[in-house]
Design a protein around this ligand. Structure first.
Ligand SMILES: [Mn+2]
Length: 370
């Protein structure tokens, strides 16, 4: 008997996005709930047997009750079963979002996998969960899968949250480790993993789904859920990535040449048709005259009013006033004296500061139509 399910993880509902302005942070939080609702609708439309969430449904053990209620509502389009695994952001400690959710009342189809014991799914499969009971565990919590007994003919599916040993780039593996050969050792047809926010195939039976809604500028293929079909206990899984992300997070390095302000807008490339769904960070670099710099700032302001959010880092953009720039700034009175003083400093130790000050003066001058 086959099984088909959606595999997702790392929704981190309630994430604060504290580095963004409050209004934008609110929209980023709302996007995660919208995406969860889309996943529920997708599960319903595709008539899957279950949705497995491999940890970090919620961003923090202290998320507000309001957030927990909205989380429950977002699950409603799919009756279940949902199998929700506590991860390092929402570990199953004594007083956790899971105990609070139970008090708020959970629908029958919602299974909180906060105990390491088998969960039967529809008579064809058994899910073996490895819930986190603290944020960090040095032990491999998936070890019990190896000796877990299940009826012959059942499809064995592992569900865990952590770091596959010897596999992930730039990740400490001392915390929440998962043995790289766990699927083979525990005779799993599939091991559904969370914690790594990109989509990643570890082997043909072991996958990270990645977060379904991007939450940072990292180009590792977030924004999908995995639609997994398994024909029987020994069959290989068929895995299809389905795009569900609501927002695009785009970070670009933009080399600006003199006269090249249009490059700011062109940096976004094909995403340009959905600008209002883009969270953008531009790192500007290059050497430009002041006229170009003013045009670049205007182009950034224009782009900023078209996207959901734009952050610009121009620390690596070097300003090199041209003779035209300097000649066009008023030469008389207080401004003239300031310009003359700054021009003298262009060759000195404070040259970078002098260039910035001249750029400011130039910008003011242009805006006042001088
Ligand atoms: Mn995590």
């Amino acid at each position: 008997m086959p099984i088909r399910f959606l595999h997702t993880a790392d929704l981190q509902i309630g994430k604060g996005f504290g580095s963004f302005p409050p209004e934008i942070a609110g929209r980023l939080r709302a996007a995660r709930l919208d995406t969860l609702k889309r996943i529920a609708e997708l599960a319903c439309a595709r008539r899957v047997d279950a949705v497995l969430v491999a940890g970090d449904c919620l961003d923090d053990i202290a998320v507000a009750d309001e957030t927990l209620r909205r989380f429950k509502v977002a699950l409603e389009p799919f009756a279940g079963p949902w199998v929700l695994l506590p991860g390092n952001h929402d570990p199953a400690i004594a007083e956790s979002p899971w105990t609070r959710l139970r008090r708020l009342g959970l629908a029958d189809g919602i299974i909180v996998a906060d105990e390491p014991r088998p969960i039967a799914i529809g008579g064809t499969a058994v899910v073996l969960p490895a819930p986190l009971r603290r944020r960090r565990d040095a032990a491999d919590l998936t070890e019990w899968f190896d000796t877990a007994v299940s009826d012959d003919g059942l499809i064995r599916i592992g569900l865990a949250h952590g770091s596959v040993e010897g596999f992930l780039p730039d990740v400490s593996e001392a915390v929440n480790p998962v043995a790289r050969d766990r699927a083979a050792r525990a005779r799993l047809a599939y091991l559904a993993l969370g914690d790594w926010h990109g989509r990643l195939r570890v082997d043909q039976r072991t996958w990270y789904a990645g977060t379904p809604e991007p939450d940072r500028f990292k180009d590792n293929d977030p924004g999908n859920v995995l639609d997994v079909s398994i024909a029987g206990p020994d069959a290989l899984p068929q895995v299809e990535a389905v795009r569900v992300a609501g927002l695009h997070w785009i970070q670009r390095q933009v080399e600006i040449a003199p006269g090249g302000a249009a490059d700011v807008r062109e940096a976004l490339g094909p995403a340009a048709s959905e600008l209002e769904r883009c969270v953008v960070r531009l790192d500007l670099q290059g050497v430009v005259d002041l006229a170009t710099h003013t045009s670049v700032l205007e182009a950034c302001e224009d782009l900023g009013s078209r996207v959901l959010h734009l952050a610009v880092d121009d620390a690596a953009l070097t300003l090199e006033p041209s003779q035209d720039d300097l000649d066009s700034i008023a030469q008389r009175g207080f401004v003239g004296e300031a310009v003359a003083a700054l021009r003298e400093q262009l060759a000195g130790a404070e040259a970078a500061t002098a260039r910035r000050a001249l750029a400011l003066l130039y910008g003011l001058h242009q805006r006042m139509g001088g």
